[in-house]
Design a protein. Structure first.
Length: 576
């Protein structure tokens, strides 16, 4: 099975099944010679970092297995759609809830051919999607791409059929491919979720053994989202290690370290110890604990599958990497615990009972603590308060800076907002990010309309694929509220309002009623971006460096991902 580390240098990890087939789509490799046919199919280990912060909800994962069928100049739309229908309806006995097809835009026409094929199969609910939703690729900065048709079962997108008709050059220019191809991607975990009729992927057979293991072995029950993070991350950790990644501070190694360090605190305090001694020789013998034990469970389960048998062959090597990282984390953590203890003692003895945002920030960034862990410790001292809003602001700034470095590697998505400095890799991506940026302003306005003016942005994270908006509000939104917010934003998009800015002294800008981050240090002169005909009549006004679209209709259709998670102190919304 192809590795998670691709040959393609433009990406760090394998994010889709088609990646290994890029040369075949481009006519640079011969499928007949290699597969005896113009058509092939695969199961591909895949890893996506874009959703890492969403892990913990019902359906987002970092590591997953992707099923796909591919054609390089063999069959095209008709057969691909018929195969998709046959597999879902006839083989699996599922009902197709609806399908989506590409609705067309200025550059690429609507995919009427796919509409007709679906109709001929008796599918009634055929929805048209935009470039954002129904156009796939390329992976990395350039490559094959094209319109898609997606199959939804019980509202879950299970299968994405891509018709690779174009080559996307760096910068976004599309060129027709000489031979069009088919690339499909179906996430195994989501498929299993609908086949087994489970409400979340974590209740499927694929995750049950890990959850059972955690439930039996944890000395204290953990909340569901915490177990989901452990279960997702541990699969990613095991498969990254076996494919040769080692924890480090750069590239793939950094991703691995990040997964490990995010997962470890979830287990550390729960003394997941096992007296089992592993190791062939006595001098290699050791006792397993925490992450290692869960990794061992993953190795045991996956090795039952023939294609993953190599995991058990390399079990000791995998466990050793985890153990060593665990040990180095322990040292950091032990030090941090002493620091935290001192901070708590001081807060109690000086009578403030407050742990400052700066102290929390130091504990998280320098000592590898998780917020949950600090909260848990603090809870033990009656009346102790944590300055989490200050921490959020600090952390947001810090993340933006470090992300700029990391994400450059993913095709240049590095982005710093609020400073007016936008660093996106190329024009097409810059356009997408800009649309999402304006949408974020409308979203903040709509949330305040629906939930009240106490709603405040706590942060946001924009990539060309989606934006996440964090805000403070004491409960999860009801589906009706979410729908209302969505409607309001779309209404303003339809009104095609102009987006402009005025530069003015900070004090004057504050008086306009424009929103800004209280904790942020703004220069004496700031830009106020407003959406509407004039600053006075604008629906949204914010201190912001831009850039933004010039008219709201350029944003396109706005959707909130209903699976958005609910982390500790804010909720997140997704704009697809
Ligand atoms: N390559 C199609 C997909 O990943 O959805």
């Amino acid at each position: 099975m192809p590795s998670l580390i691709p040959d393609d240098p433009s990406v760090l990890l394998t994010t889709a099944g088609m990646q290994q087939f890029k040369p075949y789509f481009l006519g640079k490799a011969d499928p007949i010679k290699d597969f005896g046919s113009k058509n092939t199919a695969s199961i591909q280990k895949s890893f996506r970092t874009s959703d890492i912060d969403l892990v913990g909800d019902e359906s987002h994962l970092t590591f997953f297995e992707m099923l796909g069928n591919f054609s390089f100049g063999g069959y095209f739309k008709k057969e691909a759609i018929e195969y998709g229908y046959e597999f879902i309806v006839k083989e699996l006995g599922l009902e197709i809830h609806y399908v989506t097809v590409f609705g067309g835009d200025r550059e690429v026409g609507a995919d009427e051919e796919s509409v007709k094929i679906w109709q001929s199969l008796g599918v009634k609910d055929i929805r048209k999607g935009s470039r954002e939703d129904n156009f796939w690729g390329p992976t990395g900065s350039e490559g094959p791409c094209g319109p898609t048709t997606e199959i939804y079962v019980r509202g879950v997108e299970v299968w994405n059929l891509v018709f690779n008709e174009y080559y996307c050059h760096p910068g976004g220019k599309l060129e027709k491919l000489r031979t069009p191809g088919v690339d499909t991607g179906m996430g195994l975990e989501r498929l299993v979720m609908v086949v087994q009729n489970m409400p979340t992927i974590f209740e499927t057979d694929l995750f049950k053994p890990i959850f059972n293991f955690l439930d039996q072995r944890l000395s204290k029950p953990r909340p569901e989202w915490s177990k989901r993070i452990i279960a997702d991350h541990i699969r990613g950790i095991v498969f990254l290690i076996v494919d040769g990644v080692r924890p480090s501070n750069k590239d793939q190694g950094y991703i691995l370290r990040r997964l490990m360090r995010r997962a470890m605190p979830h287990l550390l305090e729960f003394q997941l110890w096992d007296p089992v001694v592993v190791g062939e020789k006595n001098d290699h013998a050791f006792k397993m604990r925490g992450l290692e034990l869960v990794a061992d469970c993953v190795i045991r389960e996956y090795s039952k599958i023939k294609d993953y048998k190599y995991l058990s062959d390399r079990r000791e090597e995998i466990l050793k990497v985890i153990r060593e990282e665990n040990d180095s984390f322990d040292r950091v953590y032990e030090n941090g615990s002493k620091v935290l203890e001192k901070i708590i003692n001081k807060a109690v003895s000086d009578g403030t009972f407050v742990i400052s945002g700066k102290d929390i920030f130091d504990l998280v960034t320098s000592h590898g603590f998780s917020i949950e862990w600090i909260k848990d410790k603090a809870r033990k001292i009656h009346g102790l308060k944590l300055e989490l809003d200050v921490f959020d602001e600090e952390f947001k700034k810090h993340q933006e800076v470090s992300r700029a470095g990391l994400e450059k590697k993913f095709g240049g998505h590095g982005l710093i907002l609020n400073t007016g400095e936008l660093k996106a890799g190329d024009e097409a991506e810059l356009k997408k990010v800009t649309r999402l940026h304006t949408a974020t302003h409308l979203l903040q306005w709509a949330l305040r309309e629906v939930l009240g003016k106490e709603v405040k942005q706590a942060g946001s994270d924009i990539t060309p694929e989606r934006t996440r908006f964090d805000f403070t509000f004491p409960r999860k939104l009801t589906p009706e509220e979410t729908k209302k917010v969505e409607e309001l934003v779309n209404q303003k998009i339809m009104e095609n309002l102009p987006v402009s800015f005025k530069e003015m002294p900070r004090l004057e800008a504050e008086k306009t009623g424009a929103l800004y981050f209280f904790k942020e240090k703004y220069p004496d002169k700031v830009k106020v971006y407003y959406i509407g005909k004039s600053l006075e009549s604008a629906v949204s006004k914010e201190f912001c460096g831009g850039p933004h679209v010039d008219h709201t209709s350029k944003i396109g259709e706005f959707k909130i991902d209903p699976r958005a998670p609910r982390p500790l102190c804010f909720f997140s919304l997704r704009l697809l």
